[in-house]
Design a binder for this molecule. Structure first.
Ligand SMILES: [Cu+2]
Length: 359
């Protein structure tokens, strides 16, 4: 009984600071209402981001393009997803062509060799075993042939790596930060920043009242997100990948990218997608309890629509002056409209802390 008492006291002591910190670190009192302090267990999404305050979602509009089944998402087919980047096409062709054939031929050859040895040299047919132990010619062959096969594989592999790691100059840069358990994205040249959470099912008991439920227009279950990365079609997009807590991994199979997101390090990967559409990925590093619930949604749109999307997020095109003066002038006129957007970013650490404390 005394032990249980101690356990309860310790648990209370451990929980109190986190609960006390939440309101203290909230900077905007208007949005730091009761829900921020006590999000229900199992909720990773920002409780202070009421969907009602955001513009209504129009399926098919930029940022909410309807995915094409079988493109950029798993559809039950075996093998790698259809690739939509030059690197992805080169890698998939190499994998599905030469590599696969080398693997199949070696496997069949070794199997036949085994069967031959089992039958030809079985004990029944060889009452007096052979005492041979060396054959120089065969030994030279079985050393040399694998070396030649490996060199044959290495040459195109290194060429592919060179293409992968010598990207053309970037048109758009996106900084990707992994958190337990959501992603945040920043377009440093465009002044756009947002967080991206998985959309929960309507039937999910952990979904909060202010969280939009997933629909089929958003994408498949466990892959659909509330805010997608939007990138321009046919442009070189550089992803700077990092994390703020543990190791995550930023992976989108249709782009052939899988980049570890390490705290304190910035890794780089890039894509150039010519086909407009929606492409899904997931965190691919076992990063904690809700590792399976931090999907990635990327939407590729024509450059003109990308510019519209950037403007709709309050950003500006690369090289253009930030619209700070316009925002400052507009802010006093519409304080109610400006507040939730500012709150959404400043409130984030408080909510993370609370959500993490729940685990
Ligand atoms: Cu992760």
């Amino acid at each position: 009984m005394r032990l249980i008492g101690w356990a309860i006291a310790l648990a209370a002591a451990g929980l109190t600071p986190a609960a006390a910190q939440t309101p203290a670190s909230s900077t905007t009192p208007t949005t730091a209402a009761a829900p921020a302090a006590t999000p229900p267990a199992g909720t990773a999404q920002d409780a202070t981001k009421p969907d009602a305050a955001q513009p209504a979602i129009v399926p098919g509009s930029v940022g909410h393009m309807i995915p094409t089944p079988g493109i950029g998402e798993p559809d039950g087919r075996k093998g790698v997803q259809d690739q939509v980047t030059p690197i992805g096409e080169e890698a998939a062709n190499f994998h599905n062509g030469p590599l696969m054939w080398v693997a199949v031929i070696i496997s069949v050859f070794v199997l036949l060799l085994l069967l031959y040895a089992m039958i030809r040299f079985r004990r029944g047919a060889n009452p007096t075993p052979s005492r041979n132990s060396h054959n120089t010619l065969i030994e030279v062959i079985w050393t040399l042939v694998p070396v030649l096969i490996l060199v044959g594989i290495a040459i195109p592999s290194i060429k592919l790596l060179r293409h992968q790691y010598s990207p053309p100059p970037a048109d758009v840069t996106v900084k990707v930060t992994g958190h337990q358990w959501y992603w945040s994205y920043e377009y440093p040249d465009n002044g756009v920043t947002f967080d991206s959470y998985m959309l929960k099912e309507a039937s999910d008991p952990t979904r909060q009242a202010n969280q939009r439920a997933r629909t089929d227009d958003d994408g498949p279950p466990l892959l659909a997100v509330d805010e997608r990365i939007v990138i321009p079609q046919g442009k070189v997009v550089k992803f700077l990948v990092t994390a703020d807590d543990v190791i995550h991994s930023f992976a989108v199979p249709a782009f052939w990218i899988k980049q570890d997101a390490n705290p304190g390090q910035v890794h780089e990967t890039w894509v150039k997608v010519d086909r407009p559409g929606v492409y899904f990925g997931q965190c691919s590093e076992l990063c904690g309890a809700r590792h399976g619930f931090m999907p990635i949604g990327v939407e590729v749109v024509p450059p003109t629509q990308f510019a519209e999307w950037v403007a709709s997020k309050g950003g500006h095109l690369k090289g253009a002056a930030p619209a700070a003066a316009t925002v400052a002038a507009a802010a006093p006129a519409t304080p109610a409209a400006a507040q939730p957007q500012a709150g959404a970013t400043t409130e984030q650490p408080a909510t993370n802390q609370a959500a993490t404390a729940q685990n």
